[in-house]
Design a protein around this ligand. Sequence first.
Ligand code: PNS
Length: 167
Amino acid sequence: MKRVTAIYPGTFDPPTNGHLDLIQRGSKIFDELVVAILRNSEKVPLFSVDERLAMLRECTRDWKNVRVEGFDGLLVDYARARGAQAVLRGIRAVSDYEYELQMAWMNRKLDPSLETVFMMPAGAYSYLSSRLVREIASLGGALGDLIPASVESQLRARLGVVAQTSK
Ligand code: PNS
């Protein structure tokens, strides 16, 4: 029987519960899901790739068909090397669509055999992004149930900011 492997690529700086929601959904429909952290990003990250690898590995350890890796270079080349048939990306709102569609078309141009699959996270995460999480944490705001507790403690430690107890 054919096994379908999908790559869920991203920056994950830091991973959020929105990412984890999508990983869980993806793990249910693909035989194998590889969460792939881009190494050669143009963005200056708050957490190193190794730190993000460790965070995501800890948060996903109960899902046996999920693995977490770093990747360099073109996504299509990495997907081919991994034997993946699909790329999983999350769409939170219409505002994501244009950027995601452009990437999906370009990846199809580069490798027509690789399919992009879009999934929606739970509605509760539709406004959540790693950028906003970093900003709120740096200003001492409460992040509640938007990121895993283990990620929150590392975020507070990195930023040296104590969370406010009330909103
Ligand atoms: O979480 P992000 O920052 O939105 O993820 C973007 C990512 C990593 C998916 C994208 O930048 C990517 O795939 N980079 C790898 C290089 C590549 O293949 N670029 C062409 C994409 S069309």
